[in-house]
Design a protein around this ligand. Structure first.
Ligand SMILES: *Cc1c(COP(=O)(O)O)cnc(C)c1O
Length: 426
């Protein structure tokens, strides 16, 4: 073996996986079992006391899921990862380690509609208060910091408009305030952007989207960058204080630069329970093997479709950072030089009614609430994903009444353009 570090595509196929030690199976087996036999009583005790690593019960860990965790940690450049049942589960588990009731976190206003809901309503019932900031105005993050701020949450490429966030600038604010920066990297995937390289402390994903990539399995993952010191000022007691559940262990002291991933597993996943099915982990692992190939095709197709739409008389504007004229093009060149992703919005001169009509006339594009499928997808956010917001909030989050969102698949771009042409023209 050479001492060359493996490249991204090699990691996407191999990281975390070995031929199965008992059967020689080359693809990672689906360990469809709830529980694992202990070697003896001492072994059992050491597993429960966190003195040894090993399998206990699939709610806490599973060998198929472990391969997925190792693979995504490698692709993102983190120290460890934890797979969970969905992207939303990842967000709950992360914030449960960081916030006590009455605490705050700052979130960029441009977010996945489901995250806006989760942060505004569900988290409020836990006593976790979200404070909104604007990723186009870095100072708005600084102004939002208070002594109760425990984290900053942004998307690398933001839903629904595909805008690019200046991760480094926001990480500087987080560092100064002594709080971790959490980046939802779902729309970029590590193929396009690796947030840890730009100062993120924690990366979360909905694996349901580009990483799984085939629209067939829900999943989520948390990646620990290993960069944050959790011991300062007793601000993060879940990590720095003795844990009564584990004979008084302090997680940061015991696990060092992967303490956050451990906290998410042994305090979050164990007690909240959103475990990922090993079958879904297998499907998502299979998807990740082709991530670099798919992602490049997604981006190349998206650019061609965006250029077509920008030249169409029925279209008022296209918001795609891959277009040279776009407001976020400079940030795209810095953060996502291989492509600006495949999810973007455009607005129609005919407003709300034209948006609804377009969606009903498209044939190859599927009208549904998802992104990051091999298939091309379309949705009218104002009447669906963002319908719970008032008009002003819709516009602020990039989902005004005239806006249509596309997630471009890996079909032939000529067919996608022909479908849009017939639907816009008719
Ligand atoms: C889909 C999505 C989520 C939520 O993920 P689920 O797997 O649906 O729970 C979070 N963030 C972004 C950017 C998403 O696209």
């Amino acid at each position: 073996m050479s001492d060359r570090l493996p490249g991204f595509s090699t990691l996407a196929v191999h990281a975390g996986a070995q031929p199965d030690p008992t059967t020689g199976a080359r693809a990672t087996p689906i360990y469809q079992t709830t529980s694992f036999v202990f070697n003896d009583a001492d072994h059992a005790a050491s597993l429960f006391g966190l003195q040894a690593f090993g399998n206990i019960y699939t709610r806490i860990g599973n060998p198929t899921n472990a391969v997925l965790e190792e693979r995504v940690a490698a692709l993102e450049g983190g120290t460890a990862a934890l797979a969970v049942a969905s992207g939303h589960a990842a967000q709950v588990v992360v914030l449960q380690q960081l916030l006590q009731p009455g605490d705050e976190f700052i979130a960029a206003r441009k977010l996945y509609g489901g995250s806006i809901n989760q942060f505004t309503h569900a988290f409020k019932s836990f006593g976790w208060n979200v404070v909104w900031a604007d990723s186009d105005d870095i100072a708005s993050f600084e102004r939002a910091i208070t002594p109760r701020t425990k984290a900053i949450f942004i998307e690398s490429i933001a839903n629904p408009g595909g805008s690019i966030t200046d991760i480094e600038a926001i990480s500087t604010v987080a560092r100064k305030a002594g709080v971790p920066l959490i980046v939802d990297n779902t729309l970029a995937s590590p193929y396009l952007i690796r947030p840890i390289d730009h100062g993120a402390d924690i990366v979360v994903h909905s694996l349901t989207k580009f990483l799984g990539g085939h629209g067939n399995s829900l999943g989520g993952i948390i990646v620990d960058a290993g960069t944050f010191d959790w011991s300062t000022g007793g601000k993060y007691p879940m990590l720095s204080e003795p844990r009564p559940e584990y004979h008084g262990i302090r997680l940061q002291e015991t696990f060092g630069n992967f303490a956050f991933a451990i906290a998410c597993r042994v305090l979050g996943l164990r007690d909240l329970g959103p475990a990922l099915s090993p079958f879904n982990a297998f499907m998502i692992l299979t998807g990740i093997e082709t991530l670099p190939l798919r992602m490049q095709r997604h981006c190349d197709n998206a650019k061609a479709v965006a250029e077509f739409l920008a030249g169409h008389p029925a279209v008022a504007s296209v918001s795609y950072a891959g277009l040279a004229s776009d407001k976020y093009h400079q940030l795209a060149r810095k953060y996502a030089p291989k492509g600006a992703g495949a999810v973007f919005t455009f607005s129609l001169k005919g407003g709300y009614d034209a948006g609804v009509s377009l969606v009903s006339k498209l044939q190859l594009f599927s009208h549904l609430a998802n992104v990051g499928d091999t298939r091309s997808l379309v949705i009218h956010p104002a009447s669906t994903t963002h319908s719970q917001l008032d008009d002003a909030a819709k516009i602020k989050s990039g989902a005004g009444p005239d806006v249509v969102r596309l997630s471009i698949g890996i079909e032939d771009k000529e067919d996608l353009i022909a479908d849009l042409e017939q639907a816009l023209g008719a």
